[in-house]
Design a protein around this ligand. Sequence first.
Ligand SMILES: Cc1ncc(COP(=O)(O)O)c(C=O)c1O
Length: 445
Amino acid sequence: MKNIGGKYKVPGPVSSAVFEEESKFMAPGLQSIALFSRLVIKKARGVRVTDLDGNNYIDFTAGIGVGSVGHAHPHYVKVLSEQIARANFGSFCSENRLEFLKLLTSMTPPGIDAVQMYSGGAEAVEAALRLAKSVTHKYEFAAFWGGFHGKTGGVMGMLGDTSFKAGLGPLMPGVYLPGPYAYCYRCRLGLEHPGCGFACLEWFKEGLKRQSTHNIAGILIEPIQGTAGNVVPPKGYMNAVQELCRELDALLIADEMITGFGRTGRAWGVDRDGIIPDVMTLGKGIGGGFPMSALASSMEAASAKPFGNPSGSSSSYGGNPMAAAAGRAVLEIIKNENLIDNSRRIGAILRNSLLELKEHCGIIGDVRGEGLMIGVELVSDRKTKEPLRKELTRQLFHECLDRGLISMCYGYNIRINPPLIITEDEAMEGFQALKGALLAIEARV
Ligand SMILES: Cc1ncc(COP(=O)(O)O)c(C=O)c1O
């Protein structure tokens, strides 16, 4: 096997041949990271990945926040292997599911004690919308600029980005995006926190008053925006959003798809502001790679009809025995290996290293994050905050790969979310690769 160190161009000839062959059959539109890297993975253990040419990488992406416990964790392999040999489909109760639910509800905030399981993130968000309608008997929803919640029909109108839904209208009626998230590095109102007093949320509230018919069932929000670039709002923001929900008699739906399960160095993203939302949508890290998701709320809310009717909130794969085994194994690993603490500790080390690098690397405009959910914003000019040009960020991505690092750095908002099991040595190995790549790109600006 070859070593990490920038000696090889990626992808190598063997990977390239397989990738080219697969491209003849694979429809376009795969995740950018897979398309741009053209990697073909031979095997992976923990945070280390080896491709077909024998090149090794440190993985700073974890399948975009999915691989919470890394690849092929022995406990994960054992629990799933045992389950697949026993029973692998159906919605019947299983011992693993009971253990999973007990573990999960011991982690969720007080009162969030009912869980329904699904197989993908957008499906869980859709279910949360149905639950909110069932509870409130209202039918409108609001979400924030920059938010990402999946690509299904009911959710698409709540995407606060500018590209995913373009050309795919009409969107579900009764869905509003009245204003920006608290993305303070690029404040849309040109203000500064704390002086602004969350003026962006006031703007959101005013917009909602004018756009809606005053029948808001729920407000959907990421406690930290992932797809937008791991954007961390100021402390107290989620409290203010919760206050707005109370004013509107609407449910607060916290989309914890990325921020959940210790990713931010706390169990949940909402823990940062100490709030208890009405509904949490869960996914990604919950299954350690197995396609599963969930929503969690109070038993009272989950019992509201029609959501709470028999088959009212179910799906073909939700809560199947394999998902239950995966969820159980992941939660046991998170607990037994203190991965929430690890996320906080390694995240702080990585962030400090990046902040030090910012001192002498002029293309780094902002470093932010909580735990192992870190954002680095690249600019061509720190004063104007002009985003670093796309062709340079694409070069950065390949510079990282050539140095043995898989990272989401193909846009000006770099997202760093390695598996939660990453050690300090592995994190620093990845950081050195990123540093080398960033300095190489800075020289080209
Ligand atoms: C916050 C958030 N919610 C929902 C989703 C949708 O998840 P899925 O891709 O599993 O449908 C994502 C996916 O990236 C996400 O980041």
